[in-house]
Design a protein around this ligand. Structure first.
Ligand SMILES: Cc1cc2nc3c(=O)[nH]c(=O)nc-3n(C[C@H](O)[C@H](O)[C@H](O)COP(=O)(O)O)c2cc1C
Length: 179
């Protein structure tokens, strides 16, 4: 378990709303750690907020990702943030597929049991967010109002949005706790 991390009440989570995603990146993992069946990939698009009066994390996964199969089949997912020294590991997890390589071993990251969900988290993480899926929706290209959006989909592999209720958060207190 990530010994150095503190439990952070969800409402006290302090993040930079944009940097957390597009600068720092997160590792999205779904599956069942106890069964040895899970997959992880780097994500930079998504959000954290309030919906249906529940704290949520939203991730978007293209159907071409191996992780897509896991996040569709299993009820939970985790999001992990890492210190800068793991940038190379996140690059591996975001450019290779678990479908045809053991990218996790190559990355050097260590999966470990979560507290509340079946999907694992990672020992090296400095931020751990455990989520239970509550809503999915596929982007519908007929609803794209701005032309810039469609340019992201030359192969028409529109993302699936997956909302997860945030069940628990652990992190470096100094960086991620507002009090
Ligand atoms: C910085 C970065 C951010 C990414 N963000 C996303 C994302 O938000 N959604 C997505 O579907 N793919 C995203 N990707 C691509 C996947 O991480 C990549 O295709 C990965 O190899 C999929 O692995 P898998 O096939 O094992 O699931 C991102 C890649 C990088 C490098």
């Amino acid at each position: 378990m990530e010994q150095h991390l503190q439990d952070i009440p969800v409402r006290d989570l302090k993040i930079k709303a944009f940097d957390l995603w597009d600068k720092d990146w997160l590792l999205l993992t779904s599956g069942d750690y106890s069964k040895g069946k899970f997959n992880a990939m780097t994500v930079a698009w998504g959000s954290i907020g309030n919906m249906w009066n529940l704290p949520f994390a939203l991730v978007v996964v293209r159907p071409t990702r191996y992780t897509f199969e896991f996040i569709n089949s299993y009820p939970s997912f985790s999001l992990c943030g890492f210190p800068e020294e793991y940038r190379k590991a996140l690059n591996i997890m975001g450019t290779k597929s678990g479908r045809d390589s053991d990218k996790l071993s190559e990355s050097g990251l260590t999966a470990t049991k979560s507290e509340m969900i079946a999907a694992p988290v990672f020992e090296e993480a400095e931020l751990v967010i455990e989520c239970r899926k509550i809503y999915i929706e596929d982007f519908n290209p007929t609803h794209f109002i701005d032309d810039r959006i469609d340019k992201n989909y030359p192969n028409k592999d529109y993302h699936r949005m997956i909302f997860g209720e945030i069940l628990t958060v652990r992190g470096l207190e100094k960086k991620y706790a507002s009090k």
